[in-house]
Each structure stands twice: as C-alpha cells, then as structure tokens.
Design a binder for this molecule. Structure first.
Ligand code: UDP
Length: 483
C-alpha cells in the first residue's frame, strides 16, 4: 500500500465510540497509512462534542479530523411509526443512516481514499462502501462476541416482520459458548424492548457480517474463550464469515489532551494507590436520592475519593438529552464538601479519566462498565467496582466479574437505589481487605498481558498487521470509483 493511501474512519456518535477510533487511527499512522476521521455532529447541539473534538485534534495533529455536514433535512428521524416520538436509540440509528449522504459525498471528494472503517453502530455505511467499491472493516467493542451469537441464533426470525422477543425471556439464563451464563434481563434494554429499537439494533449488528473484517477492541488473552467461540460460531449457512481481528486494547494514552487538570493536581498530593475514582462514562447520571446514598457511603468508608458528578436527567432514559452543569450545592448535602475536604474531590461533569486512572495515587475505579472504561481501568492496573447503568454494561459486568475476575459487583445496581451501606462496604472491601488485594494483583497481571499484546509480535500487533495485509488484498479485488 503506498504512503498516500488514506483510510477513513467513521466513528458515528458518542465519545465512547470516538475514543477507540482515534486510537485505531494512531495505529494506522504507525503502520504508514494516512488517516482521516469523519465525524458526525450530534443532532442536538452539544458543547461537549465541540470541546472533545477540539481536544482530540489538538492532541493528535497527525490525524485529519473532518466534521461531516448534517444529513438532508427531509430525513424523518424523530417520530415513531405511530406518530409519537421514537426512542432515542431509534432516532440515533435513523440519523446515522441519513448520514450516508454526507459520508458518500465526503468519500467521493478524497481521491486517495482506499478503505473505510465504520463503527459497529454505523453499519449502514457499508452501503456507501459498497457503492464506491471500498474495502470496509467494522470496529467493535467486545459485546459482539455474545451479541453476534444472538443475532445468528435468531436469524430465522429476522426480516420485516421480526418477532424477536428477548424481553419475554425475563430472568431465564442465557447460555452462549465462551461467556459465563447470564440472565436475559442483563441484555441491553433496547434489545429487551420488542419494538423498532430491537429490530434496528439487530439489523445493525447483523450487517457486521457484510464487512471485510471485524476488528474488536480487545486482546486475545482477555477474552480467549469468547474469541474462540466467535471464530467458531460466526458462520451463517450461505455466508462467508468475515475474519475477526482482536487489535486492542485501544486506549488513549494521553490523547484526550488533558494534562494540566485540577483533578490531576489534586491527585499529585495524595498517597500512592489511595484514591477511589467514581466515574460513570460519558452519559452516566444518578437521581438525587442515589447521589445522597453515595455521599453517605463515601463519608463512612473513610477512603479518599475523586467523584465525577453530573446533573440528573429530567427524562432518566433519554441518554442523548444534553445536560446542564451540575449545581453541587443543590445536589449534594450541605456540609459534605467541607467534611471531606482534603480527602475527597468532586469534579463537575467530566474528568480526564485515563490520566486519572494512570496517576500513581488512584487505587480503585467504581465504573459503569462501559467497555472503554473497563479497558482503561485494566490497562492502568486499577481494580474495578462494577456498577452498570445502561446499554450493554450489565453484560459487560458479568464478563468482568465472572469471566475475567478483574472486578467486583456493587449489589443493587439493578434496583431502585444502591444503598450507602453497600457503597461503604464495597469500597472498604476493595481498599482494605485481602480479597481486594488479590483482585489488585489479578488486574496487574492483566495489565501486563494487555501491554504484551500491543508490542511487536504480540497478538494484537500481529492481528493488525494481518488486517492491513488483508485490506490490501481486498483493495486489489475492488475496482475503485474515483470522483
Ligand atoms: N470519559 C472521560 N471523563 C469522564 C467520563 C468519561 O474521559 O468524566 C471517557 C472515558 O475515559 C472513556 C469514555 O469517556 O474513554 C467513555 O466510554 P465508555 O465506553 O466507558 O462509556 P460510554 O460513555 O460509551 O457509556
């Protein structure tokens, strides 16, 4: 592949999808290819989007970031089939489908583009790749290992009149090869809802099989059994199974551009491994009652903490609703900040999570189990307390606690509220007990394995080299349509 060859990476919506794409872009650059990241601006104006892009662009000058224009206004993305407002995930997937027009125009404008990599939620972009005869790969979190199985096992129920009904499975136990058994209710809520959301998500996942390669943001030893099952099981009669490449962990090493943040300065004066980080992804929020339980739990634990607090959502389920800055005086009980001064810090809305996790003072991570957060914790050698909130996080929690054994569950996360006693008990357990120390040692081993996987000759490095080779093969068999 010649030096000028450009690979376009298409991360879709959400910080959690942008972060690993930017890391993948860096790997392409290291292998001598030019990269452009084609960004989708969220339909609702979000300052966070602009700030995040600006941060990433400043920290990664070799990567070309291009914000795509919005889709044609005719695209109906907001209303449901019955005229009511469609669920947020449906709106998101429709919006991403409508983005095919600006994506196509953009790809046509770059003569050197030779390949497209799309995020797992952007598989409609495969149509654009096919029109332009571009080789295409998809980038996935780990979740596709079980999710793809779900799709395949229900393939006969696919199509226009889909009757999939995961919701009716209730608490029955699901058995997939390669992952621990888990309750059906741990599946993403959008899958459990039998409506259009479920149908669209399954179609989106299903289309993964049309791509030339499935890149997974994981490393072989972390998910050895699941990987084996995926490689063996991802075959549908009459279809060619795309190769699977585990190229992770794709974790930012300072590429978010936050070096001199208040949180880091505060950590600088804390003892080694002494601080519990509580951070719940780019979208996680709690109601005031839950915040109050956390407050009491943290106070009683006596441990140091750094806690990222967001404003509660007005509509608790609408994850795309933009949030105002939290008013900590209103949200947190009077006297809390004063009582914990010196040993606790509350960050409003956002903290540079990777940098915080890698700081020598950070000793534990209470996480919502977003896949990026899990990898960021593991690669920093920080043990996890798992408190899943939305999307696929409940299943991720099962992997982390039962398969990888790199985290402990915070009980009650699936109920109304996790009470203060549980917060206190789990924080103390992790920071003070022999069980917590053993967990810390297991995470340290996984950290070493992650770094070995990325080294030259390591499994992820080798998988990426193989992917690039295969991409060249795919290019040779594609006839490029030049603008
Ligand atoms: N993140 C961050 N600071 C925060 C919250 C989140 O830097 O205060 C980053 C985090 O490091 C991760 C991403 O946002 O890279 C969140 O991705 P994840 O998959 O963990 O969760 P999602 O937001 O997609 O649910």
């Amino acid at each position: 592949m010649e030096r000028r060859t450009t690979v376009v990476l298409y991360p879709g919506l959400g910080v959690g999808h942008l972060v690993p794409m930017v890391e993948l872009a860096k790997v392409f650059l290291q292998h001598g290819l030019a990269v452009t990241v084609a960004l989708v601006k969220p339909p609702l104006e979000s300052l966070e989007f602009s700030a995040t892009v600006a941060r990433f662009a400043a920290a990664n000058p070799s990567i070309n970031f291009h914000v795509l224009p919005p889709p044609p206004p005719a695209a109906p993305v907001d209303s449901g089939s019955d005229g009511t407002s469609a669920p947020p995930i449906v709106r998101m997937l429709r919006f991403l489908k409508a983005m095919n027009t600006p994506l196509r125009n953009f790809l046509r404008s770059i003569p050197s583009v030779q390949a497209l990599i799309v995020d797992m939620f952007c598989t409609d972009g495969l149509d654009v790749a096919s029109e332009l005869r571009l080789p295409v790969g998809t980038l996935n979190t780990n979740i596709y290992i079980p999710m793809t199985k779900i799709v395949i096992e229900n393939i006969d129920r696919m199509g226009d009149s889909i009757v999939t009904s995961f919701g009716q499975l209730g608490d029955s136990i699901i058995h997939f090869p390669g992952v621990p058994p888990f309750k059906a209710s741990a599946l993403p809520s959008n899958i459990l809802d039998d409506g259009e959301a479920c149908r669209l998500i399954i179609q989106t996942y299903y289309r993964l099989q049309e791509s030339g390669g499935i890149l997974v943001n994981t490393f072989e030893s972390l998910e050895a059994r699941a990987l084996h099952a995926l490689k063996d099981g991802l075959c549908v009669p009459g279809r060619v199974t795309p190769p699977v490449y585990c190229v992770g962990p794709l974790v930012s090493g300072g590429s978010t551009g936050a070096k001199d943040h208040d949180c880091l300065r505060w950590l600088d004066v804390q003892p080694d491994n002494s601080v519990v980080l509580l951070s719940f992804g780019s979208l996680g929020t709690f109601r005031k009652t839950q915040l109050e339980e956390i407050v009491i739990g943290l106070q009683k634990s006596g441990q140091r903490f750094l806690w990222v607090v967001r404003s509660p959502r007005i509509d608790g389920t609408n994850l795309i609703e933009p949030l105002a800055e939290p008013d900590l005086d209103v949200l947190l009980p009077a006297g809390f900040m004063e009582a914990t001064k010196g040993r606790g810090l509350v960050a409003k809305s956002w903290a540079p999570q990777v940098e915080v996790l890698r700081h020598r003072a950070t000793g534990a991570f209470v996480t919502h189990c977003g896949w990026n957060s899990i990898l960021e914790g593991i690669t920093a050698g920080v043990p996890l307390l798992c408190w899943p909130l939305y999307a696929e996080q409940r299943v991720n929690k099962v992997f982390v606690t039962e398969e990888m054994k790199l985290g402990e569950e915070v009980a009650g996360y699936d109920g109304e509220v996790v009470d203060a006693k549980e917060v206190e008990a789990k924080v103390r357990w992790l920071m003070e007990s022999e069980g917590g120390q053993a967990l810390r040692r297991r995470v340290a081993v996984a950290k070493g394995e992650a770094s070995e996987a990325l080294e030259e000759g390591g499994s992820s490095h080798a998988a990426f080299v193989k992917f690039v080779d295969d991409l060249i093969g795919m290019q040779a068999s594609s006839v490029m349509v030049k603008p």
